[in-house]
Write a protein that binds this ligand. Structure first.
Ligand code: AMP
Length: 209
């Protein structure tokens, strides 16, 4: 099964994608994570992407599409995969539907005010990759539940202007995707204003429907 996860920043999309991928035994492909990994490793792609990710702008389509195409060509994706943060534009959508048509497009719904509120204070464990936020707070402040290591704030979450720019970009781009997947009959909407467990339950039920 090929699944796309959609949802405004702060909707819990990253957390839900990880949990869902584990449950369904599918690789979780997050374009945001791939860019962050490339940036921290100082690769050529990372250098090209950094100026966009730092200011909350979308990375040019050609760069993202090539990156995802390479990732999906790997052996672990032959039975399906879960895309998180991709496609995000009409061009990316056209590429994805041409290269590997999607079976289910999940839309985690959350209003902007709640999203902004949730985005303040998001952090992650650089070692385990676990995301913490309004829906999942670390048991000990600033420390990862799994490894006890120090958490770091996600740098692109710090700047409120960058957050607003990302929300505006999200709304501008998501409309076409939602319309397309609705027309295709692949769209499933899930209310994201609930606990992590409730949302996951909703997502699993919606995927099967
Ligand atoms: P995310 O963690 O999904 O919010 O992604 C962080 C940043 O990576 C975004 O603000 C963009 O600059 C870039 N990015 C991630 N996915 C895409 C995509 N599909 N298209 C363009 N840029 C992306």
């Amino acid at each position: 099964m090929k699944i796309v996860m959609m949802g405004v920043q702060g909707s819990g999309k990253g957390t839900q994608s990880k949990m869902l991928a584990e449950k369904l035994k599918l690789p979780h492909i997050s374009t945001g994570d791939l860019f962050r990994a490339n940036i921290s490793q100082g690769t050529d792609l990372g250098r090209k992407a950094q100026e966009y990710t730092n200011s909350g702008r979308l990375v040019p389509d050609a760069l993202v599409i090539d990156m995802v195409k390479d990732r999906v060509a790997r052996d672990d994706c032959k039975d399906g995969f879960l895309l998180d943060g991709f496609p995000r534009s009409a061009v990316q959508l056209a590429a994805v539907e041409y290269l590997f048509p999607i079976d289910r497009a999940m839309l985690l719904e959350l209003d902007d005010a709640t999203a902004i509120e949730r985005l303040g204070g998001r952090s992650e464990c650089p070692k385990c990759g676990i995301l913490y936020g309004a829906n999942r707070k670390p048991k000990a402040s600033g420390k990862c539940d799994e490894c006890g290591g120090p958490l770091k704030e996600r740098s692109d979450d710090k700047d409120i202007d960058a957050i607003k720019q990302r929300l505006a970009a999200y709304h501008a781009e998501i409309e076409t995707l939602v319309k397309y997947y609705e027309w295709k009959g692949a769209l499933r909407r899930v209310n994201a204003d609930a606990t992590v467990e409730q949302v996951l339950e909703g997502v699993l039920t919606a995927i099967k429907s």
